[in-house]
Design a protein around this ligand. Structure first.
Ligand SMILES: [Zn+2]
Length: 296
C-alpha cells in the first residue's frame, strides 16, 4: 500500500483526525541511513510525527517545522524537519547515534524510550520565510515520542488530543509504520470524550492496523468509534527528501576569510562538507570557493 495522509472530521465535526501511513518512506530512510531496528523505530516515529504536523500545524507553503529531542539516552540528539509544498510534506531527519541497538522490552516491543531517554527537552520551532516564529520547549515526559507530543499539544497549544505513533521492524526492514493525531474541538462534549477514550483504548496499535492492511477510512472508524467520518482532505502526501545542495552549504562557507581559506588549503586540495541529515558529501576547491565568493 502506498504512503498517504488523510484528514477527517468525526463526531459531527466536534473531533478532527489526521492519519498517516509512512511504511515506504521510513523503509527508504532506514535503507539510506543503514539504521538499526531500534533507531528505525525511533526515527520512524519521529519522522511520521513531523509529516503529520506538516499537514496539521502548518499554514502557508514557505514554512517549516523543526522538531528536536534530546533525552540524554544512547540515541543522543534527534532532529526532524518538515517543509510543505501544496499537498506534499517532505521530511528529513538526523540522529546522533544511528548504530545503537537495545534489547527488546519484556513485552516484545522495541525500547524507544530507552534509546531516546527521559531526561531532557522537546523543542518545536516554526519558521516562515526563513524567519523564526513560535518556539515551544517542554520537558520530555516519557521518551516514547507519541506521549511527548500529546503533552506538547496539550500544554503549548492547549488542545486536548491523542497522538499515536508506531513502527514495526523485522530483520528485512520496515513492515508497517504510521501514526495519527486526534484533536478535540472546543465544542466536544463529555460524552464524546468518554466514547473516544474507550475507542482509542480498545483499538489495536496503529502499526498493527497498518500491518493488517486496513485502509485509512477503516482505521479512523476503529480508533474513534464513529462510522460516519467525513473526509476533510485526501491525497495528501509525505515523502523523505533532503533539500541540501552544494550551493546551500556555500552559504555557510561564505564567511570564511582569506586567511582561513589559506589555512584550510595549505593541508588539502579540497574542502569536504558532509550533510548531517542525509550524509551526502560536497567538495569545494579553493578556486571554486573564491569564485563563489566573488559572484555574490
Ligand atoms: Zn542532505
Amino acid at each position: 500500500m502506498e504512503d498517504e495522509i488523510k484528514k477527517y472530521l468525526v463526531y459531527d465535526g466536534r473531533v478532527s483526525v489526521a492519519i498517516a501511513r509512512t511504511t515506504k518512506m521510513i523503509e527508504e530512510y532506514r535503507k539510506e541511513q543503514d539504521l538499526t531496528p531500534t533507531i528505525t523505530a525511533v526515527m520512524g516515529r519521529f519522522l511520521t510525527m513531523a509529516g503529520l504536523m506538516g499537514h496539521t500545524d502548518m499554514k502557508g507553503d514557505d514554512t517549516s517545522i523543526t522538531l528536536q529531542m534530546n533525552g540524554n539516552g544512547p540515541a543522543g540528539n534527534i532532529v526532524a524537519v518538515v517543509k510543505k509544498v501544496k499537498d506534499l510534506a517532505y521530511v528529513k531527519g538526523y540522529c546522533a547515534n544511528t548504530k545503537i541497538e537495545l534489547p527488546l522490552k519484556s513485552n516484545g516491543k522495541i525500547d524507544v524510550s530507552g534509546a531516546v531517554g527521559r531526561d531532557g527537552f522537546l523543542n518545536v520551532l516554526y519558521e516562515t520565510g526563513g524567519k523564526q516564529g513560535y518556539k515551544g520547549v517542554i520537558p520530555i515526559v516519557s521518551g516514547e515520542i507519541a506521549e511527548d507530543f500529546t503533552n506538547y499539544f496539550a500544554t503549548s497549544q492547549q488542545t486536548p488530543n491523542v497522538v499515536a505513533l508506531g513502527v514495526l521492524v523485522n530483520k528485512d526492514g520496515v513492515v508497517a509504520s504510521g501514526g495519527y493525531k486526534i484533536e478535540l474541538m472546543p465544542d466536544a462534549t463529555n460524552e464524546d470524550i468518554t466514547k473516544l477514550e474507550e475507542a482509542v483504548k480498545n483499538a489495536p496499535s496503529i502499526s498493527s492496523l497498518i500491518e493488517q492492511k486496513k485502509s485509512l477510512n477503516e482505521i479512523v472508524e476503529i480508533i474513534t468509534g464513529d462510522s460516519n467520518s467525513m473526509v476533510l482532505a485526501k491525497d495528501l502526501r509525505i515523502e523523505y527528501k533532503c533539500d541540501c545542495s552544494k550551493e546551500k552549504f556555500f552559504q555557510g562557507l561564505k564567511t570564511l576569510g582569506k586567511k582561513e581559506l589559506d589555512d584550510i588549503f595549505e593541508k588539502q586540495n579540497e574542502l569536504e562538507v558532509v550533510c548531517h541529515f542525509c550524509g551526502k558529501k560536497y567538495y569545494y576547491s579553493k578556486e571554486e570557493l573564491i569564485k563563489l565568493k566573488e559572484s555574490k
